[in-house]
Design a protein around this ligand. Structure first.
Ligand code: SF4
Ligand code: SF4
Length: 459
């Protein structure tokens, strides 16, 4: 695949390959919301003792996908707003699958493939699937037109896909076979990095003879791991009746765990990265794990900002979120830099890298830059440098859309295909004027939907 745009971002603070297991917690704080889910249907009572893997809440808007208790614990419903708290947490032997768990969306007489999908939903593995074009959770009983299985993750500072596959290639292959068993004849597009690596050749050797897997190589430039871009690059068009499913390495391993061992998927591999972390690494963590207990012992910076997710698309973790949410892929910790740089843009920048190559640092050997939350200068009007258009993988003109949105020209913004934006944030990252283009486009798309298309939805 030869995608356009993209950028190889060099920043300090990426996690190394080692994986650390966190100590067992005393209390878990499970947020009732995550990026895609709102677990509004509570399935437990205050004071009840629940076992590991039990569904404590469900999201009725998303096929009743469950929020599972990662450990045994005593339920507190009103202790912290927006959370289910589990106290006196204990690590008990994992119970195997309960086929009678009530998932109202799912009819149970569906044959082998249907029962597998039901099991994946009940055991917390279905939530690793995405609609490649919309990012929504796919309907468990839809038939996809194809599946994208990606082994790469490129956003700084998220958990790399190869860390998970490296030691569990057998489980990964078996997970792919389980995935294929859910399909009829649809292809699985396996995404591998376009580099000569020991892992890539081991994966190739292992999958030799699996005719249903099409291997596609992708350059290691951000954001070529984005599911919507991969679908476009593979020529897989959007069709609401026959969606393209997408899943990453962790999801394939979760499928193996659920369907081979019948165990719930309650532990995730997350990254802890960013320049404010003393030793960036990968962590085995469970939803609800106290965020402060992860970060405080691992940073010596006094003033920090924590992002739920990667450095370009992560959302700031608010004070009232106490534990990791059910979809957390990593925590990014940046030093909070509140000083304003006087005339920062006229400094020679011997310690500053930039896409513009206009600083002195361009003359020395490439080195990873230490990011902070500072803007490095004032936010300024667009200077028409065109950098955002050069890197944009969607092939649109971010600077033009920015100007149209600024003038409230929503129809024109729509005609210039703001809808193709995959919200990767690369344009904001390279913009020398520090314009938050990504945020503008997320809000702009929503505004266009509300102002120009609300009647279509009502009709
Ligand atoms: S316009 Fe959208 S797709 Fe293009 S670089 Fe910006 S955020 Fe990414
Ligand atoms: S990168 Fe920023 S300053 Fe340059 S053209 Fe794009 S919006 Fe304008």
């Amino acid at each position: 695949m030869k995608p356009r745009g993209g950028y190889n971002i060099r920043v300090a603070g990426r996690p190394a390959g080692a994986v650390e297991a966190l100590p067992e917690p005393d209390t878990l704080y499970l947020p009732l919301r995550s990026r895609r889910f709102n677990f509004s249907e509570i399935c437990v009572k205050d004071g009840e003792r629940c076992g590991p893997g039990h569904a404590i809440a469900k999201d009725p808007e998303n096929y009743f996908v469950p929020l599972l208790a990662p450990r045994a614990g005593t339920v507190r419903l009103d202790a912290v707003e927006g959370h289910i708290v589990l106290e006196d947490v204990a690590k008990l032997p994992e119970e195997t699958y309960h086929p009678d768990d009530d998932l109202p969306h799912v009819p149970k007489d569906l044959g082998s493939s249907g029962m597998k999908r039901y099991k994946l939903l009940a055991l917390g593995a279905w939530q690793f699937l995405h609609d490649a074009h919309t990012n929504a959770l796919p309907d468990p009983f839809d038939t996809p037109s194809a599946v994208i299985a990606s082994t790469i993750r490129l956003e700084p500072f998220l958990a790399r896909g190869d860390v998970q596959v490296r030691k569990r290639l057998v489980n990964f292959t078996r997970g792919l076979e389980h995935l294929q068993a859910l399909l009829e004849y649809q292809p699985i597009h396996l995404i591998l990095p376009e580099v000569d690596s020991d892992l890539a050749s081991r994966v190739r050797d292992t999958l030799r003879g699996h005719a249903w897997v099409n291997i596609t190589y992708v350059p290691l430039r951000y954001p070529f791991d984005n599911f919507a871009l991969l679908a476009r690059g593979l020529g897989l068009k959007y069709d609401a009746n026959s969606p393209v499913w997408a899943i990453n390495s962790e999801g394939i391993l979760a499928m193996d765990r659920a369907l081979t061992m019948s165990h719930p998927c309650t532990v995730r591999l997350i990254s802890l990265g960013g320049p404010a972390v003393d030793e960036p690494k990968h962590l085995k963590a469970m939803p609800g794990y106290p965020i402060r207990a992860i970060i405080d012992p691992r940073t010596s910076s006094e003033s920090i900002r924590v992002l739920n997710g990667g450095g370009l698309t992560g959302d700031t973790v608010l004070e009232d979120q106490l534990g990791l949410d059910a979809e957390c892929t990593g925590l990014t910790v940046l030093p909070e830099h509140t000083e304003r740089e006087f005339l920062g843009f006229v400094r020679p920048g011997s310690d500053r890298r930039s896409y513009s190559r206009c600083f002195l640092s361009t003359l020395r050997a490439p080195a990873a830059e230490r990011l902070t939350t500072a803007l490095k200068g004032e936010r300024r009007p667009c200077v028409s440098c065109n950098f955002c258009e050069e890197v944009c993988p969607a092939g649109i003109m971010p600077h033009l859309i920015h100007k149209l949105l600024y003038q409230d020209e929503l129809e024109q913004a729509e005609l210039t295909r703001i809808d193709l934006c995959v919200e990767c944030g690369l344009c904001s990252f390279v913009c020398p004027s520090k314009i938050d283009l990504r945020r503008e486009f997320i809000d702009g798309k929503q505004l266009i939907q509300e102002e120009l298309h609300s009647e279509e939805v009502e009709a």
